[in-house]
Design a protein around this ligand. Structure first.
Ligand code: ZN
Length: 141
């Protein structure tokens, strides 16, 4: 039951990505690469006054990397950079299998990727967008 729900969340983000497009108003972009799978995602954000005003991603990748990017953008748009980095930290904790239930709630739909922690070959796909986010925010702090 739970697994079906998670699969539906991932499938929905693959079939109907909300954030897969160019972003002419972006103030910063960062490319991320996962050579082991061939995922190439570029993250684009518009940051003003320390807030992620809007964002998108472009590129190609497997279903997990793309769904993870789309879900991440849903979560971080409208938040402060500090909140976005906090969520990235929680996401990595989840993938490492070290997250608490309360922290998992904070991740909302991104919790759909929790089972990836049991699939080592796909971990890099799931964290690609989040690692790219961290690099982008650290370079544009
Ligand atoms: Zn992948």
């Amino acid at each position: 039951m739970a697994d079906n729900f998670y699969n539906e969340v991932l499938l929905d983000h693959n079939l109907h990505p909300q954030h897969l497009h160019e972003l002419p108003c972006a103030t910063c972009s960062h490319a991320g690469l996962n050579p082991s799978c061939g995922d190439e995602i570029t993250l684009h954000l518009q940051i003003r006054n320390g807030m992620v005003e809007t964002g998108s991603y472009t590129g190609v990748g497997c279903a997990i990397s793309q769904a993870s990017a789309d879900i991440m953008l849903d979560l971080i748009i409208g938040r402060s950079k500090e909140d976005a980095l906090h969520l990235a930290e929680l996401f990595k904790k989840m993938i490492a299998g070290e997250i608490t239930d309360d922290e998992l709630d904070e991740l909302e739909e991104a919790g759909a990727l929790q089972n990836i922690s049991k699939m080592p070959a796909r971990v890099k796909c799931a964290v690609l967008a989040w690692k790219t986010l961290e690099l982008l925010l650290h370079e544009n702090g």
